[in-house]
Design a protein around this ligand. Structure first.
Ligand SMILES: Nc1ncnc2c1ncn2[C@@H]1O[C@H](COP(=O)(O)OP(=O)(O)O)[C@@H](O)[C@H]1O
Ligand SMILES: [Mg+2]
Length: 415
């Protein structure tokens, strides 16, 4: 049955009045939207965000206490304030005077950076709608609470509801909002994990609070890739881009047994790092395995492989593995270096300090190629290394002397 023009109009009116106007459109008719971004004034943060801050985005920055969340965001607030943006820094943790002291140290003092020591969400919202801001920083989500919810500040319900309200505000007003979330060990306070699905971008700080190097990694990003990593160094002036950290993850000098160097990729950046192993005869019972910055089950696998392929009696030895500089390794390209370090410690024989070890070790004991080999070798060469132990001959020209070890036994031979 055909509807007359009159009928069609009436139908449209009825459905509009009932709020049921059809809204779905063919995807081809949806207009493309360019994501606009602006710089945070910090090249590392921009990199992790996928090129800068997106208006109206909600960004969660998580990390353990003391890692540098407040430091980074206060600095960003200062950067943007200096470029004529009006910034609101809400703190439920520190007094204005405390924050001011930090801002002095970071060089973030500026009249366009506003501080609000407040824990009531309603008061924060009122401030934003009355005075208008270009960017808002919440430090931290766990200290805010909403009057409308009976549960305690920091509880899952509180944290979720507040985040939802902040999200709505961010989208409506097209203001970016940065939320700090503490990673806590106690279960009584909701960690940032419960918010991951709600926000646009999730960044986590990694690193040891007692060391200077901090990594900022994207775990989720609706506006960009999650492959880039920001690398910072904690200094008196705050977190500064650790562009020139290249040589911070290994030490040169008298070679020591149990130390081997590899090149890992952090995002698009190659990093030369030192892995350390300590192999020591164990007492009775179960030998100990312990790792810092390296996957413990991967170590167990490598040890089992060495036992099986090379007849090394690791079941009678404690094995400890540590990655220098407080870095965490998530890629298998370091396997070869781990093995080399373990054997070097076991035999108490230092490795040549001119060599880097790059290769993934498989369960059957062969050594596999890794991505971005050219970049890795170039970085190693820049830092003064001259030899590389690799699974196969590189297909490109390199001034490095390359030794091929296509299986674990060959590494031992080389050593
Ligand atoms: N005067 C200072 N000089 C250098 N570093 C400092 C100074 N004061 C504090 N820090 C560093 O800042 C860290 C605190 O960072 P902060 O941003 O408050 O962490 P979070 O907000 O993640 O808990 C401390 O762990 C310390 O390393
Ligand atoms: Mg803080």
């Amino acid at each position: 049955m055909e509807l007359s023009a009159e009928q069609q109009k009436m139908m449209a009116e009825i459905s509009q009045a009932s709020g049921l106007a059809p809204k779905a459109k063919p995807i081809t008719q949806i207009e493309d939207e360019e994501v606009t971004r602006f710089s945070s004034g910090d090249s590392e943060l921009d990199l992790v965000l996928g090129g800068g801050i997106v208006p109206g985005s909600l960004v969660l920055i998580g990390g353990s206490p003391g890692i540098g969340k407040s430091t980074l965001l206060l600095k960003i607030g200062g950067n943007l304030a200096k470029r004529n943006s009006k910034i609101l820094y809400v703190s439920g943790e520190e007094s204005g005077a405390q924050i001011k002291m930090r801002a002095n140290r970071l060089g973030a003092n500026h009249e366009s950076l506003y501080l609000l020591s407040e824990i009531r969400l309603e008061a924060v919202m009122a401030e934003v709608s009355q005075n208008g801001y270009d960017l808002i920083i919440i430090d931290s989500i766990q200290t805010l609470y909403s009057d409308s919810i009976p549960s305690a500040p920091g509880s899952v319900t509180q944290v979720r509801t507040i985040t939802f309200d902040l999200m709505r505000m961010a989208k409506e007003k097209q203001i970016p909002v940065f939320i700090i979330g503490h990673i806590t060990k106690e279960g009584s306070i909701a960690g940032p994990r419960v918010l991951e699905h709600m926000v646009d971008t999730v960044l986590y700080f990694e690193g040891d609070a007692s060391r200077e190097i901090r990594m900022l990694r994207a775990f989720k990003n609706r506006f960009g890739s999650t492959s880039e990593v920001g690398i910072f160094e904690m200094t008196h002036e705050g977190l500064v881009s650790a562009k020139n950290i290249a040589s911070k993850f290994f030490s040169r000098g008298k070679p020591n047994a149990g130390s081997a160097v590899t090149v890992i990729m952090e995002g698009t950046r190659p990093l030369v790092i030192e892995v350390q192993a300590l192999v020591a005869e164990s007492g009775y019972g179960n030998p100990k395995r312990s790792t810092t910055g390296y996957d413990a089950s991967r170590l167990t696998m490598l040890l089992a492989l060495l036992e099986k392929k090379l007849d090394l009696p690791f079941n009678q030895y404690d094995v400890f593995v540590n990655i220098a500089g407080g870095i965490k390794i998530n890629e298998p390209a370091a396997d070869l270096a781990i093995i080399a370090a373990i054997i070097s410690s076991f035999r108490n024989r230092p490795l040549s300090d001119e060599s880097v070890f790059i290769g993934e070790v498989s369960l059957i004991g062969d050594i596999r190629e890794v991505f971005h080999l050219e970049q890795r070798l170039r970085e190693a060469q820049t830092l003064g290394f001259s030899k590389a132990i690799l699974p196969n001959k590189p297909s490109f020209k390199t001034p490095m002397k390359c030794y091929v070890a296509e299986e674990v036994a060959k590494v031992v031979e080389w050593m």
